[in-house]
Design a protein around this ligand. Structure first.
Ligand code: EPS
Length: 387
């Protein structure tokens, strides 16, 4: 069954909910670790005023008892602390007095297509759900997946590669310890010089009423080979990772390993030659494939990259059309962030962790975490895996 999860919630409604199914029973959870991830998602230079209001924490409502999972669906609540300021506009029940409708869809957002598709007259009925506030629920779900993966020796990290026109210098290869200080960077970037330039670029463009996109990378360490499968299109792990990552709001592109670079190279410089020695067993000296071959992990670090477009709520709004009058208008101006690439990278970790946790569950089964660990040991032994 893998891991299944769904979220519910509007950006300025009472709160967000995530329901996660498939986490084995008996897994110990660390409350602080869950909340740490929630706080990490709120980081990053370029966030707007909303982050001063929210201070996200995970409230478990089902599926956990005395710090251990029960194997039943886990229900998580993340409150919207901004809701009291929106109680009239976002109340689930009718309110006294008129609430103004929004009729100026933003180019680049779900506003117009959502309005037409669902037959709403108020753009707010679309934008509240399309908002990336929903990613708080994903990160909560992802934190459960990370706890499961940690028990299996897997860690998931992320860092920002580019914001606006500023690119970080990339390292040849990364180890888990390289990420130790990444959250101390104001833009979650491992290259301090580039980070300083990113901050300047954000400040400069913010003064010009602009928003910025960028790219980030998620890296997972400690994976065994053989997660996912070559036998069917929808079992390919790269396909699942791509879907999960591109489903994050404002993500427009996803690649695995050095996908775009490899496309232009001769075959002899595109792949990762195979080696074996007594100490290490199977290993590679390069990781151009980003840890995936034939839709399966190959045991090297998994590398997923994503491209995020600049946020589509602009303080200097783009041209649109009033949906009531069909007259030319300026798009909705709302409080917004300048950039959320550092936060999106943390959401990327969550989505990658959920896919990987599901792949482990598919590979090893296990109603109880002890069963999963026993199956993992047996599998490693059968394939002679030494890492
Ligand atoms: C968002 C707009 C901003 C962001 C929000 C996503 O919210 P507001 O309109 O309340 O200022 O702050 O992100 C979050 C609230 C969050 O927790 O990440 C949007 O339109 O997508």
């Amino acid at each position: 069954m893998g891991i299944r999860f769904t979220t519910a919630g509007e950006s300025h409604g009472p709160g967000l909910v995530a329901i996660v199914e498939g986490v084995p029973a008996g897994l110990e959870l660390d409350r602080d670790a869950l909340d740490r991830d929630m706080a990490r998602r709120q980081l990053g230079h370029g966030r707007g005023g909303r982050m001063k209001i929210e201070s996200d924490s995970v409230e478990i409502r089902a599926g956990v008892r005395h710090g251990r999972t029960l194997g039943s669906p886990i229900a998580i609540l993340v409150a919207n602390r901004d809701y009291p300021n929106w109680e009239e506009r976002m109340n689930p029940w009718p309110v006294d007095g008129a609430v103004d409708e929004v009729h100026t869809p933003r180019p680049g957002h779900a506003d117009l297509a959502g309005l037409l598709k669902y037959g709403h007259t108020d753009v707010r009925d679309v934008l509240e759900r399309a908002s990336a506030r929903e990613t708080a629920a994903r990160v909560a779900a992802g934190a459960l997946a990370k706890a499961f993966l940690a028990a299996l020796g897997v860690t998931v990290h992320s860092h920002v590669l580019q914001i606006g026109s500023v690119r970080a210098t990339e390292c040849e290869s990364l180890a888990p310890e390289d990420f130790a200080g990444v959250d101390d960077s104001p833009v979650r970037c491992l290259d301090p010089d580039a980070a300083a330039r990113m901050v300047d670029e954000i400040d400069r463009l913010r003064r010009d009423n602009e928003t910025l996109g960028g790219t980030f990378e998620v890296v997972a360490f400690g994976l065994v080979p053989g997660l996912g499968s070559h036998v069917a299109w929808d079992e390919r792990l790269d396909a699942r990772l791509a879907q999960a990552t591109v489903s994050i709001q404002a993500i427009k592109g996803v690649s695995l390993g050095e996908a775009w670079e490899v496309a232009g190279r001769p075959g002899s410089e595109a792949h990762d030659e195979i080696f074996w020695d007594e100490a290490r067993g199977w290993f590679r000296e390069t990781n151009r494939a980003g840890g995936i071959e034939g839709g399966m992990t190959n045991g090297e670090p998994l590398v997923v990259r994503a491209a995020m477009k600049p946020l589509s709520t602009l303080t200097q709004p783009l041209r649109t059309v009033d949906t009531e009058t069909t007259e030319a208008a300026a798009a909705l101006r709302e409080r917004t962030d300048s950039t959320t690439v550092p936060a999106a990278a943390v959401v990327g970790e969550a989505m990658v962790a959920l896919v990987l946790a599901g792949a482990y569950r598919d590979k090893l089964g296990g109603d109880h975490i002890g069963d999963v660990l026993a199956a993992l040991t047996a599998y490693k032994e059968r394939i002679g895996w030494r890492r």
